[in-house]
Write a protein that binds this ligand. Structure first.
Ligand SMILES: [Zn+2]
Length: 471
């Protein structure tokens, strides 16, 4: 980790803490030492500041960093290849290109996704890796996450091409923690297991995988994107999973768009977590059942899923879409802007078991913080700041992003660590080479446009490496 950390005093901001005891403070100061929030109070009430860097935050709103709970970082390089033309749907492209990834591709795909996360104020990312072909593939993703400066979880999956009868590499799952002891993880990363489950593997596979994950104390994540056709696609079989003992507090189910009322009750009974990815769900599966899940008391959080489909790390845009869709779908405005903001922050932290350390701006928690300019044209005139952010906020409003006390975006520009290569530029080069390799193997057809297009100069989206001032 090469980003420098400084003690910080953020001065005179509108604080949306997402902490029920602290609430909102219209003019607040926040003191950060060694990456920890040590004091939050009304403007000028914070004393004993000592040697700190001051961030003048007048005219801004501050939120806890957003928490994403399911993201396939490895296929960020597939953005621009997935589309509406025949043969370019997400699953076809993923299957064609997955075998051609080199280690550097995994590293820079993850760095590209994580750079976009920083840009969008997402400070925690759950990396669901479903193209782990060997230990080194996992290690490249983990190193990228640590180098990015962000927090998160790495969930160890299977090769994209894995046959249903093959289990995940459970031996390497055991070896992973010896290879990555906690002192290498900077307190920012933990591990989970990404499983295909009964939807895609036979009992002898998923039973062994579940048993191993639970014996290691590792949380489990699994897509639930298929319906039970024998039940007219009105169920995704979660009652059956409960009967098999496969649900529980240690399990995160993703999507569940076909869940029946009984399925949802099974999720609530077993305290199983649900991660919704509304943008990709509406593209390929159907409507997320947000209102039904919340009314049943299910622990819900939000996720981007992949950059390969038409989506981006614009969490505020996602929230705005969700609230419109829920209103249209249910005919009522039951999900408020503040409830959505909870889903994107503290509820995401709960899903990942991180709510004691992030998810709200609370003294004692780690400093994962987003500062937005509240005087930008799309946010004025403003009444309630939470409503303004959810109804009209966008990535352009995000001025500063702090993760674990390190400033990773300032004045609207990413701040790379000293000597760091630009992930946007390198990922573009890696993508070109990936497509050429796949084309040479007969797995991909290069459109003329791609071969002739020069690598774009995207340096403008990243700050100068030498830029040291926080002001
Ligand atoms: Zn997914």
């Amino acid at each position: 980790m090469r980003h420098q950390r400084h003690d910080l005093l953020i001065v005179d901001t509108y604080l949306i803490s997402m902490d029920p005891d602290l609430g909102d403070i219209p003019r607040a100061d926040i003191l950060v030492r060694d990456g920890q929030i040590v004091e939050v109070g009304p403007h000028d009430a914070v004393r004993e500041i000592g040697d700190v860097q001051i961030i003048d935050a007048a005219g801004t709103v501050i939120l806890p960093g957003f928490v994403d709970t399911h993201w396939h970082l490895w296929n960020s390089l597939l953005r621009g290849t997935v589309g509406d033309r025949p043969g370019t749907d997400y699953f076809t492209v993923k299957r064609a290109l997955a075998p051609h990834f080199e280690l550097e591709d995994f590293y820079w795909a993850a760095r590209l996704g994580l750079a976009e996360a920083i840009s969008g104020g997402i400070t925690t990312v759950h990396n669901f890796d479903h193209n782990v072909r060997g230990p080194q593939d996992a290690d490249a993703n983990i190193q990228a996450h640590l180098d990015s400066g962000l927090r998160g979880r790495f969930s160890y999956g299977h090769p994209d091409s894995a046959a249903p009868e093959n289990t995940n590499d459970l031996d390497d799952l055991v070896a992973l923690r010896a290879r990555w002891p906690s002192d290498r993880l900077d307190g920012r990363l933990d591990f989970g297991v990404a499983l295909r489950g009964p939807y895609r593997t036979p009992p002898e596979v998923y039973e062994r995988e579940w048993e191993t994950a639970r014996s290691l104390g590792l949380p489990i994540t699994m897509h639930c994107d298929r319906c039970l056709r024998e039940e007219g696609c009105r169920s995704c079989g979660l009652v059956r999973l409960e009967e098999l003992g496969l649900l529980g507090e240690d399990v995160q189910v993703i999507h569940a768009v076909h869940a029946s009322e009984q399925d949802i009750r099974a999720l609530a009974r077993t305290r199983t977590r649900v991660s919704l990815s509304p943008m990709t769900e509406m593209r390929t599966m159907g409507f997320p059942l947000l209102t039904e899940l919340l009314e049943a008391g299910v622990q819900v959080s939000l996720s981007l899923d992949t950059l390969a489909m038409p989506t981006s790390a614009d969490m505020l845009g996602h929230l705005r879409t969700i609230i419109s869709v829920e209103t249209a779908r249910t005919g009522s405005g039951t999900v408020t802007p503040r409830r959505l903001l909870q889903l994107a922050t503290i509820d995401g932290a709960k899903d990942l078991g991180l709510h004691d350390s992030v998810g709200s701006i609370t003294p004692g928690k780690r400093a994962d913080i987003v500062i937005l300019r509240s005087s930008d044209i799309n946010l004025v005139p403003s009444g309630d700041p939470v409503e303004a952010l959810v109804y009209t906020g966008q990535i352009d409003n995000i001025d500063t992003v702090i993760a674990d006390g390190r400033v990773l975006k300032r004045h609207g520009r990413l701040k790379p660590a000293d000597g760091e290569e630009n992930p946007v530029t390198v990922a573009a080069i890696r993508r070109e080479a990936l497509l050429r390799r796949a084309a040479a193997a007969g797995d991909w057809h290069l459109p003329t446009r791609t071969t002739r297009q020069p690598v774009p100069d995207l340096l403008g989206s990243v700050g100068d490496p030498g830029e040291g001032s926080l002001q």
